[in-house]
Design a protein around this ligand. Structure first.
Ligand code: BGC
Length: 545
């Protein structure tokens, strides 16, 4: 995609601060992902909330693959993702109406409440409600932060800036693993410390959300053109931003004409970014990454490590995850998105297949692997995680956040986020049962998915490196051999292959429109008045723009 415009920009301290503070939303997400696996492996936690699972775990002859298979235990992990799934649609409404900044603020409030409740839980229901509040925080944060980062990044660094979100996710996971390693030695309330520490990054995100700017695109589309212009100058660190601003104005003009973004989203011309956004998130989860991220300690115990060694091994995979995300930061805007995704498919497929082979041959119900074999499994898990970390992890968030036009960006991204959450929920809820029933074959199951996603990327994913975010339709979708057929108005023709069935489309769109405005009205009435920029108590926040 050479020949794409590069607009003038400089790095300023303020803009870098905005990137880092917003990325704390990723850290919260990562912490929530990483903490549950270690906590559910702690005896004190199991004795208090899941005594039956604890009993089974203590039973010497228990089947390796099945000792943790318990629907309630899995619900503790997965309830967060169900809440995030639902709340991402409400978050999209808040994001469109009030901006990215108040949405991030709301996320931090939910995170704080969730951390407090789960750390102080006396009963299982308190624990689950705490997870649900954290989940709403994830829904809001994951909707707003990647969009925020993509919108304020200069085009030539958009990939790298957006990947800060994923970098912070991986740091959050690693931090959670380290915390668990430490708290597992604090009896009997180590698990409370693990769950409560989530309040620290949540508080940083809260303060950060008061400091960061609103994005120019969000300001302009909500009618604040002159503020949008000065904000663009501020975040680019230069005065001459007129060409870029003009492009934002044009995109906003179109966006303002679209009164029902969810309806527009399921019209054929919006299908290309929607299909890509949703499928990338589905595929990201069906790599099997969270089978490892949630249950690494459990998995390592399954192959024969003792409690401590298995927690330590998950620290190692967490470290690999963080380090390899840097590879993506430095290469995504140079080599492009497609090459990273395809290379990773090969590496992940090979690792899954070999792990499956070793377990199939040597790990049976009640024995364990030999030490060298167990070390091989840890090494292969690291190979798998490293490939994910420089490809499907970050790009699963980057690509959907940069490919929707402004008029459907928040609605479209909500679909992407919720698809991710749905699949994360499915894996979190089902993995331990799948491990129990499919045993080693589970690794071949994920390997099969990796093959399919490689084929999808090869044929259907366009390269978006260096394309300005508000020029995607003209530069990418209208030129792609498959997707151009979907874009209405292409070459002046109304080529809408599905227009014979507008009733179905209208119906589904109306349901989504209703559902999301209902959810956002409820959330507005329940939470901070700072959702509304004109409210007096929020003015100080807005003045900081
Ligand atoms: C995924 C998470 C995953 C994490 C691992 C994220 O991009 O959405 O589900 O646990 O990467 O680093």
């Amino acid at each position: 995609m050479s020949g794409n415009p590069t607009y003038p920009s400089k790095f300023t301290v303020y803009v870098i601060l905005c990137w880092i503070l917003a990325a704390f939303g990723g850290l919260m997400f990562g912490y929530d992902i990483g903490i549950s696996g270690g906590v559910t492996a702690m005896d004190d936690f199991l004795i208090k909330f899941f005594p039956k699972v604890h009993e089974r775990k203590m039973h010497a002859k228990e089947d390796n693959y099945c000792k943790y298979d318990d629907q309630y235990l899995q619900l503790f992990t997965s309830s967060l993702y169900l809440a995030a799934l639902v709340s991402s649609f409400a978050a999209s409404k808040v994001c469109t109406k009030f901006g990215r900044k108040p949405t991030i603020l709301a996320a931090s409030v939910f995170f704080l409440a969730g951390a407090a409740l789960s750390a102080s839980a006396q009963h299982l229901w308190m624990l689950i409600i705490g997870r649900v509040l954290l989940g709403i925080g994830v829904g809001f944060g994951n909707e707003a932060v990647p969009l925020f980062l993509s919108e304020i990044a200069p085009v030539q660094h958009r990939g790298a800036v957006n990947i800060l979100f994923q970098l912070f996710v991986t740091v959050g996971i690693l931090f959670a693993n380290l915390v668990n390693y430490w708290t597992s030695k604090i009896h009997p309330y180590g698990w409370r410390v693990s769950l409560g520490i989530a309040g620290v990054p949540a508080a940083i995100l809260f303060i950060g959300s008061l400091i960061i700017t609103e994005t120019p695109a969000s300001l302009v589309v909500r009618g604040k053109e002159s503020l949008g212009h000065t904000t663009l100058q501020k975040i680019r660190g230069v005065k001459e931003v007129d060409v870029e601003f003009q492009q934002i104005m044009e995109a906003s003009e179109i966006a303002r004409g679209v009164k029902q973004p969810f309806k527009k989203l399921i019209s054929p011309s919006s299908m290309p970014p929607l299909i890509i956004g949703v499928m990338l998130q589905v595929f990201q989860q069906f790599t099997g990454i969270n089978a490892i991220m949630f249950y690494a300690p459990v998995l390592f115990q399954t192959v024969g490590f003792k409690n401590d060694a298995s927690l330590l091994s998950s620290v190692i995979t967490g470290l690999v995850n963080v380090c390899c995300t840097f590879v993506s930061i430095f290469s995504v805007d140079r080599f492009g998105r497609r090459k990273l995704l395809l290379q990773a498919c090969v590496q992940m497929f090979a690792s899954q297949a070999i792990i499956g082979g070793i377990l199939l041959r040597d790990l049976h119900a009640t024995d364990s692997l030999t030490k060298p074999e167990a070390i091989w499994v840890v090494f292969l898990v690291c190979m798998f995680v490293s490939a994910f970390a420089w490809s499907w992890g970050p790009l699963g968030w980057l690509i959907p956040s940069e490919t929707f036009p402004l008029e459907t960006r928040t609605a479209g991204f909500a679909f992407a986020v919720s698809s991710n959450m749905l699949c994360t929920f499915i894996i979190a809820q089902a993995f331990l049962s799948m491990l129990c029933h499919m045993r080693a074959l589970i690794f071949f199951f994920f390997g099969g998915w990796i093959l399919v996603m490689g084929i999808f990327v090869f044929f259907l994913l366009p390269e978006t490196k260096n394309v300005p975010i508000d020029a995607m339709v003209d530069t990418v979708w209208k030129k792609h051999p498959v997707w151009k057929k979907f874009i209405a108005d292409y070459e002046g023709k109304k080529t809408d292959p599905f227009m014979d069935h507008p009733i179905h489309i209208d119906l589904v769109a109306a349901v989504f429109e209703e559902f999301s405005s209902l959810a956002s009205t409820k959330l507005k009435s329940n939470s901070s008045s700072c959702f509304h920029p004109e409210v007096e108590s929020c003015n100080s926040t807005h003045k900081s723009l």
